[in-house]
Ligand binder design. Structure first.
Ligand SMILES: Cc1cc2nc3c(=O)[nH]c(=O)nc-3n(C[C@H](O)[C@H](O)[C@H](O)COP(=O)(O)OP(=O)(O)OC[C@H]3O[C@@H](n4cnc5c(N)ncnc54)[C@H](O)[C@@H]3O)c2cc1C
Length: 285
């Protein structure tokens, strides 16, 4: 197996063009599992951990650009105020060791419907920055993920970063697993309130072939919320919101849970996360 370990971003992009079959690796928390179980035997591996730019993030007038190699531990420690939903999701990933190595770039690369970083990115309309020696392009995250474990990366491209607006209101993430830690989501739900735009972003995780927005639920609740007076959301509206989220689910039954359970559970998570986020908004936090 060839092992490439470039020191610069330019060099990494040149290696990828010259060896499009090379499998990129950052934290290795997905790649190494595939290698160890012999699910993959790539002819070449492209180690990106020495490329400094991938570990950087910056704030451009309220829009964050976060390098693909920023780990979950750093998202929690450095971006908890700016991206509270993603930080909550990051806290649920694996164990401290996995959070120290694993990255959002790797979660995007794997494109699992259960990827915990994905619902917060969908709920805030994040974009994924893809690069090749020919230049860069930004793709909305919902277009980047094209199917279960499939994404829109071209063979000569690498994920450079993701772009996401800083939270302008409360955000939530809730996940159901078969135990408290080190668990792949049975299902999950991300929610972001965008008070300036009077919008609500949602995303179901592990309840369809890809993460999915619950658009009807978003439109319904946007018509109900009293952003000025911050009035309590009624029980009936909360229930209806949950039902519309359930309608967006297209789950499978597998070892972690049945389709019926997942559908029911995302409705419950949707009601809870909306209530928690709205309570926070009412308190002016
Ligand atoms: C014990 C354990 C527990 C886990 N728990 C969770 C969990 O709770 N929630 C969860 O979502 N995931 C979990 N995972 C999966 C994994 O940790 C995450 O998906 C993580 O985000 C992967 O990041 P990484 O940097 O390690 O990716 P890697 O393994 O390095 O790469 C993952 C994929 O992305 C590609 N890739 C990486 N970087 C780039 C780049 N810059 N450009 C192009 N392609 C790239 C790789 O080629 C590969 O296809 C767990 C894994 C383990 C082993």
């Amino acid at each position: 197996m060839e092992f490439y370990s470039p020191d610069t971003w330019r060099e990494a992009l040149e290696v990828k063009v010259a060896h499009p079959e090379a499998v990129p690796i950052f934290g290795g928390t997905d790649v190494m599992v595939d290698l160890n179980f012999d699910r993959e035997r790539p002819g070449a591996v492209l180690d990106l951990t020495r490329v400094p730019e991938l570990g950087e993030w910056d704030d451009n007038e309220g829009r964050l650009r976060v390098g693909a190699g920023v780990t979950y531990t750093r998202i929690i420690g450095e971006l908890g105020d700016e991206l509270p939903g993603l930080a909550m999701a990051s806290r649920t990933v694996g164990s401290p060791q996995i959070r120290n190595r694993g990255t959002v770039g790797g979660n995007l690369g794997t494109a699992s419907p259960a990827g915990d970083a994905l619902p917060p990115l969908y709920a805030s309309d994040a974009e994924v920055e893809l690069a090749s020696t020919d230049g860069t392009r930004c793709v909305p995250v919902a277009e980047f993920i094209t199917g279960p474990k499939r994404n829109a990366l071209r063979p000569e491209e690498l994920i450079a970063a993701f772009h996401v607006p800083k939270a302008e209101g409360p955000q939530q993430y809730s996940k159901i697993g078969t135990r408290n830690a080190m668990v792949i989501a049975v299902c999950a739900f991300g929610l972001a309130l965008h008070p300036e735009q009077r919008k609500v972003g949602t995303c179901l995780g592990s309840a369809a072939p890809t993460p999915v927005r619950a658009r009807e639920a978003e439109e319904f609740i946007e018509g109900i919320l009293e952003w000025e007076t911050r009035t309590e959301i009624g029980e009936r509206a909360l229930r209806r919101f949950g039902e519309l989220v359930e309608l967006a689910a297209r789950p499978i039954s597998d070892v972690r849970g049945t389709a019926a359970y997942r559908t029911h559970a995302v409705g419950v998570l949707a009601r809870r996360t909306l209530k928690w986020a709205w309570d926070e908004y009412q308190r002016g936090e």
